[in-house]
Write a protein that binds this ligand. Structure first.
Ligand SMILES: Cc1cc2nc3c(=O)[nH]c(=O)nc-3n(C[C@H](O)[C@H](O)[C@H](O)COP(=O)(O)O)c2cc1C
Length: 182
């Protein structure tokens, strides 16, 4: 049985790994639909056609127009990674002017399993809004992989941030999105 994963990415450096992540998810049996923030789409603009060909689904970063058909199959799971400080806070606050924030917000209400892995530096993670957003999303049932068992922020001036643990995120999606999951 093919399961559909909505992979949502915002504008942090791990978005440049997305082709490999898609291939890894596909090897785990997922049909992947890639959604991007407008900034993330700008960052990978030269790869958008290739990413659409790789997934076999349109890459989306904008809402459809009223009356246009849905072009993605229904989701069995959602992975929002990397989630920037900006996108995490917008999602937690319910600010859905961006397509991926709207998808992620609706997924909570539709009881679709959602996993998120924030990517921020330690300075942004120290902002008081960050912990509030984590708590709000966890309280809504989102599995947020931050700190131990997820991504640990490094110092803001670090030239080479720690590797983003994509396999941990995909393992969580496999657990959450399997038909046997509670
Ligand atoms: C080179 C570069 C690296 C960045 N890395 C991060 C990051 O790791 N985490 C983060 O929250 N923002 C990071 N930012 C800032 C975001 O790209 C910026 O806040 C952007 O507006 C986020 O938009 P989005 O959430 O709609 O994708 C980075 C910006 C640049 C130019």
């Amino acid at each position: 049985m093919t399961r559909t994963l909505y992979l949502l990415c915002s504008a942090a450096p791990p978005v440049f790994d997305v082709a490999h992540v898609i291939e890894n998810a596909q090897s785990r049996g997922w049909d992947v639909c890639l959604g991007l923030t407008p900034t993330a789409a700008h960052w990978v603009s030269e790869s958008l056609d290739g990413l659409a060909a790789l997934t076999g689904n349109p890459v989306r970063w904008q809402y459809k127009l009223p009356g246009e058909p849905d072009v993605w199959p229904a989701a069995d799971a959602v992975l929002f990674a990397p989630v920037t400080f900006n996108s995490l806070n917008a999602w937690a606050l319910g600010l859905t002017d961006r397509f991926v924030a709207g998808i992620a917000a609706e997924a909570i209400g539709k009881d679709i399993p959602v996993v998120a892995m924030p990517c921020t530096n330690a300075a942004l993670a120290a902002h008081p809004r960050f912990d509030l957003s984590l708590a709000e999303l966890r309280g809504a049932g989102v599995e947020v992989l931050h700190g131990e068992g997820g991504y640990t922020p490094g110092p803001p001036e670090e030239d080479t941030p720690a590797p983003f643990p994509w396999a941990v995120a995909l393992d969580a999606v496999d657990r959450q999105g399997s038909p046997a999951a509670p």
